[in-house]
Design a protein. Sequence first.
Length: 278
Amino acid sequence: MSKIRLSKNFINSNCKLALNEDLFPSGDITSNLLSGNQITKIKMISNQKAVIGGLEFAKETFSLIDKKIKFKIKKKEGSKIKKNTVIATIEGDLKNILTGERVALNFVSHISGIATKTNEFVKKVGKNTKICCTRKTIPNLRVIQKYAVKLGGGTNHRFNLSDEFLIKDNHIASSKNFENIIKKAIKLKKGRKITVEVDNLKQFKKIQHLNFDRVLFDNMGIKTLKMAVMLAKNRFETEASGGVTLKNIKRISKTNVDRISVGGLTHSINAIDIKLEF
């Protein structure tokens, strides 16, 4: 797993936004019914086997509510854990712990869900094939979601539209000569990578003489994909996308494609069931 560092300022600002969303305008009116100074120690436990992540967000959430709360992380980010594993302990005023409970659990559940699903895909392929996420992320959560993918052993695709040229089917369809679009990108490259998407061998053969970096084979059958990868060998980095599932990813990876992109890593994921237990 690649080393990843999210800045303290980034974690702090996201936790503040999440708490504001949950507490504006009148705070936790239910927990405020409780008397203060009920010092309690609580365990944070995963109800599922998982790749765990997001604990620094949980820690910061409780700290913003009450700096006296002691949040002790028991498992490192990216750790593979079994069901019923204690991943953290929380000690402090019960009222304040309850106020931050849902926001903290939301961060851990969502990040762990993405990391866990990514790892399931990673384990299905060989070491020479990278599993990539896409830009199909929840608005304003892209950094967090792509961080989670890395925790699970995956690789980030381009972060945004400025990172690299990705000439897709709609660009090609809107141009009378899509070779010219690629040539324009080559002239404007300035260190950025150029990826061109094709969905059949005929398209690829038309452009394989051009000097771009990566070819993205979209929604190809296994037999066609294998032929396409062979044609691209030693010339372009290769990537497959479209309709990728846990059931077919092993067959896709056996074509020797370099990368497989999976939009479902971020746009439709199940959260991991995390609970606080007294």
